[in-house]
Design a protein around this ligand. Structure first.
Ligand code: ADP
Length: 716
């Protein structure tokens, strides 16, 4: 054993060295003070923090009175608490902000009768985080606007946690869209946006995407120039990145309920802070809270949005179906599309007939081109969407990749736009344009889809009006045609009936032997001539009647009609003809109240039905006429019921597939059965309708037919 090592002085020095080394190993400042406030000892960390303050060095400080070595303490809570500990001889613990070091300290003071131990711990990071989380909780609880939540959280992070904070959210196509950029300097925000616009992250290689896909954070403790160059290669991008002075970076996923919806990035630059694993854990905690809040806000917004959209859609659809003018419909659509997408402005532009200009035909909100103004079609957003027949999203009009020299890009350079084509059956009509102010989130694919629905409604409105106009034109043309045909038939029949009348006159002179005796053969020939003339005249009368009915020129003379009595007379009138054909005929006539109708026209119709029944029933058959009050079986608009007159025969019947033909002019089912012109039923149905009624038929081939005349039960 070495005698030196055993000397008491040496051993004391060794012990002291050991103690000093041990105390120096403690990374937090540590002081021993005597009862006169002199610094008896301070460890390495304490010396460094004093040096940081630019005060005394070690030799200087040791042995100095505390208040002289660290004059900043005088008058602060530190001094007050130290003195209290000394006086009361009890341990004191407190946390206090130390302005000169811009740090928070947790201080433990342990007094003994002769000395006092001061131990300080820098709790700045914890303090900042606590405060940050408290602020964050406030933001999360205060707002239910999803974008606003993310924006405010990012804003809270600068400069406390980062110099830059950005948020990316995945759109429907899984592309990350930068929705927030926060920096305390607005110029830098613009710079970052520009950088992002020019160099969007590569889904294959960028860190943003790898964090988004894996749901795991990534961080770069210290970003070196080599790392930058390796990441982006040489060139303008590298130059712009260098300009940012990146120092350290953390990228954390925004994950809610197991689903990653986006990515949050914290970047340290001018603050020169270097992130470590604890920072990443903190950032993750924050991102989780943000993601859950954003998720909830999204759900809430989704519900609210759907409600708003449904209401807007309902209104737009109502406008299209109600018989508004096209202007009203288009205005309503501009308004409801604005409501549904929460745009700041919307307008509908319509392509002129020459296809060269778009005219603004409806506007809503505050941001829009002037109503009735015209812009060139060539190069417009309208042209773009019409050509690809798809909606188009433009994040910033002034920076669009598309050539948009138009007024729109000039007037609303910083706005986001959403354009929807309006097409009617392949024909370009125009476009619906929605605008959103700078600073608000740009339109999304989802919104584009919804706006497309409004575009379709607008197209529908144009189509409807177009069809209405077309059918109106056709109707007028048809009316003119019918009127001119009716005029022609009337003139023609007049010209035909005169000579026929003269011929019949001469034939009747012959028949009456006024011109001398005729033999048997001549007489029968003359009779046939007269019958042929009568048939021709009756055909001409039918034609005139049809033309009148078509042109709506039949004059009705309404009277009180006793239907039962009228039908009884008709049955009697047709009895001889029926009996001649060996047909039985009877009326089963229920009394019906007097109705208001035109008795001559009712007789005409019933006569036509009875003559057909006689004509198309084989000898030995039967005819029955019934009257009664019934609900009509086809949808006549008389809920109270109708007077029904059935003419029932046991005749040849009509094939089902020919039923509609019956009422068409000149249509005959089987011309070989009996002669006829095929006009009777056509005229009868027209007149029945003029009387407010209808003719229907039920029939079976070979068994018989029932023709029913329905008349409205209108009290006389
Ligand atoms: P027309 O009797 O002069 O041919 P209508 O317009 O009265 O003209 O009738 C059209 C066609 O309907 C007739 O040609 C006939 O084929 C068919 N038809 C009409 N009434 C009956 C009936 N009671 N039974 C069978 N067929 C009928």
């Amino acid at each position: 054993m070495n005698s030196d090592q055993s000397s008491p002085a040496r051993s004391h020095a060794l012990q002291r060295d050991l103690l000093e080394h041990t105390l120096d190993a403690i990374t937090t400042p540590f002081y021993i003070i005597d009862s006169n406030w002199r610094i008896v000892y301070l460890n390495q960390a304490a010396r460094e923090s004093l040096r940081g303050l630019g005060h005394a060095d070690r030799n200087h400080a040791q042995g100095m009175v505390l208040w002289e070595a660290v004059p900043d303490l005088v008058g602060t809570r530190f001094e007050k608490e130290y003195r209290r500990a000394m006086t009361t001889q009890t341990a004191v613990h407190f946390e206090e902000y130390h302005a000169p070091l811009n740090s928070w300290f947790r201080v433990d003071v342990f007094p003994t009768p002769a000395t006092m131990v001061l131990q300080l711990r820098d709790v700045t990071r914890e303090k900042v985080r606590q405060q940050y989380l408290a602020d964050a909780s406030k933001v999360l609880s205060q707002t239910l606007d999803y974008m606003e939540t993310l924006r405010r959280l990012a804003q809270l992070s600068v400069p406390r946690l980062a110099d830059w904070c950005t948020v990316d959210i995945a759109n429907q196509n899984g592309e990350l869209e930068q929705v927030v950029v926060a920096h305390s300097n607005p110029d830098k925000v613009r710079y970052a946006r520009e950088l992002r616009r020019r160099y969007p992250p590569d889904p294959e290689s960028s860190g943003l995407y790898s964090v988004f896909r894996s749901g795991k954070s990534e961080f770069a403790h210290q970003i070196t120039d080599e790392m930058l160059a390796a990441g982006v290669g040489d060139g303008e991008y590298l130059r712009m990145l260098r300009e940012l002075g990146l120092c350290s970076m953390m990228t954390v996923p925004l994950t809610a309920h197991g689903k990653t919806i986006g990515v949050m990035q914290f970047v340290s630059a001018e603050g020169r802070r270097l992130y470590d694993a604890a920072d990443v854990a903190f950032a993750e905690d924050l991102a989780n809270r943000a993601a859950v809040a954003a998720h909830n806000a999204r759900l809430f917004e989704g519900a609210k949005r759907r409600e708003r959209e449904e209401a807007a859609l309902r209104k737009a659809a109502e406008a299209v179906t109600a018989s508004f003018s096209v202007e009203e419909i288009i205005n309503e659509i501009a308004r409801s599309a604005l409501d549904a997408t929460e745009a700041d402005g919307s307008f509908v532009e319509r392509l002129n007939d020459d296809g060269k200009e778009l005219r603004v035909v409806a506007v809503a909100g505050e941001l829009h081109l002037e109503l009735n103004s015209c812009i060139p079609f060539e190069g417009s957003l309208g042209q773009l969407v019409l050509e690809k027949n798809q909606p188009e999203l433009v994040h910033v009009l002034g920076q669009s990749r598309f050539p948009l020299p138009g007024v729109l890009a000039q007037m609303f350079a910083s706005s986001a736009a959403l354009a929807v084509p309006l097409v009617d059956g392949g024909t370009a009509i125009g476009a619906l344009i929605l605008l959103r102010r700078e600073g608000r989130a740009p339109f999304t694919e989802d919104e584009a889809k919804r706006a497309h629905t409004f575009g379709n409604l607008a197209s529908l409105a144009f189509r409807k009006v177009h069809l209405l106009q077309e059918s109106e034109t056709r109707r007028t043309e048809l009316e003119q045609l019918i009127e001119s045909r009716s005029r022609l038939i009337r003139g023609f029949s007049h010209d035909l009936k005169n000579p026929l009348g003269a011929a019949d006159g001469h034939a009747s002179l012959l028949e009456d032997r006024m011109l001398g005796e005729l033999g048997e053969k001549q007489l029968s020939s003359v009779k046939r001539i007269r019958s042929a003339i009568r048939a021709a005249v009756s055909l001409i009368d039918d034609l005139v009647e049809l033309a009148r009915a078509e042109a709506g020129q039949i004059k009705l003379r309404p009277h009180a009609v006793d239907v039962r009595e009228l039908v009884r007379e008709m049955v009697e009138q047709y009895r001889p003809a029926a009996e001649q054909e060996r047909l039985s005929i009877k009326g089963t006539l229920e009394a019906v109240e007097l109705i208001k109708s035109d008795p001559d026209r009712v007789r005409q119709i019933v006569g036509n039905l009875l003559s057909n029944a006689v004509k198309y029933t084989q000898p030995g058959g039967s005819i029955e006429v019934r009257t009664g009050i019934r609900k009509s079986d086809n949808d006549l608009q008389y809920p109270a019921g109708c007077v029904a007159i059935d003419v029932i025969d046991t005749g040849i019947g009509i094939p089902q597939d020919k039923l509609e033909l019956l009422f068409t002019e000149f249509a005959r089912i089987d011309p070989s059965v009996k002669p006829g012109a095929g006009l009777g039923l056509a005229i009868s149905r027209r007149i029945a309708r003029l009387l407010g009624g209808e003719i229907t038929v039920r029939t079976e081939r070979g068994t018989g037919s029932t023709f029913t005349l329905w008349l409205p039960l209108e009290q006389a």
